[in-house]
Write a protein that binds this ligand. Sequence first.
Ligand code: XLS
Ligand code: NI
Ligand code: NI
Length: 431
Amino acid sequence: MTDFFKGIPALSYDPDSTDIAFRHYNPDEVIGGKRMEEHLRFAVAYWHSFAWPGGDPFGAETFERPWFGDTMDLARLKADVAFEMFDLLNVPFFCWHDADIRPEGDTFAESLHRFQEMIDYFGEKMEASKTRLLWGTANLFSHRRFMSGAATNPDPEVFAWSAATVKNCMDATHKLQGENYVLWGGREGYETLLNTDLRRERQQAGRFLQMAVEYKHKIGFKGAILVEPKPQEPSKHQYDFDVATVYGFLKEFGLEGEVQMNIEQGHAILAGHSFEHELALATALGIFGSIDMNRNDYQSGWDTDQFPNNVPEVALAYYEVLRAGGFTTGGTNFDAKLRRQSLDPVDLIAAHAGAMDVCARGFKAAAAMLEDGTLEKMRAARYGGWDSSGGKALLESDFETIAAQVEADGINPQPRSGRQEILENIVNRFV
Ligand code: XLS
Ligand code: NI
Ligand code: NI
């Protein structure tokens, strides 16, 4: 045991607590035939909680964690503290990038060796813990070698380095029995067209993703390959802008049956959508996979990765998750970080506890709205005409037939209320 979280007791469900506890998240509560823990499938993000030093564009590190530094001993200390936090929070999952868990070496081989040593260390820790791996991923954006992209880099050596890195991260994810493998584009985009061969870069990214899928099948990895869309950051123009853009990309490279989406709240907002829009679209396209739960600051206009704290917003998101049939391999990953003034170990625990409670409240509201059924009934009624024989026949018809029919039958559509306020009032009864 380290003493990092000294004096902080393990969290439990205590609805009347005024201290740090779960007031809404009861992992064992059964909703719709499944325990809440199995519905929500919470995960801690290793990078924000243990690797991020608290910098912003105007200042460097504010956190002074005892594991900061470049040695393997410190990397193991970081892992020890991380698993202590997973236990305190009783979270079923965690997620990592290679760069979060091992110090970078002088060569590819040295970094890889350190990474594999840490993966084995994780393996040992996981034997003594309930926490499993929701997903692994490669950090192909922090080091300066990736400044012009990874798969989309004008330099083929960076493509090669990135492919080798993803191969090894997939091996490690497979070894730890991870449930998914995530690819977030990072710097797969461009700053200026003046130095960019857009067509070539997209081809490179498409081939790279095909290789990841080929390799998944080669090693028999049963988890899902997830792409995480994000607009504008870090590259000004990202090839993976949003769900719709990524779907077009998957279609172009024949990957729509192979790859699903990891949708992040903050990224949806940056793209000018709502979280629930991105979720509903992915579901409609058959590519919904998992979520990164966080929240952006609505004024600053960038990806602030705050912990979620808006129950109505979260409820509408989980409503779409439930309408999609819930998670299979996916889950709720807190891709969220503390504010840089939140220095204390207790801040880290409180942030996650609060976020888990916000999600639990949102989820329960969503489940109750679905169970109540009024919203779905009203939605179905709105499209009722399409279920009639006339409605169904219309889509099998053609312009000429329809034109003749409109005249012959004297078709004369009457506008009907969309009932938005009434529907919003219904939602308000649950949140
Ligand atoms: C960054 C992304 C990143 C991915 C994993 O904005 O959200 O954290 O989830 O690489
Ligand atoms: Ni993000
Ligand atoms: Ni993310």
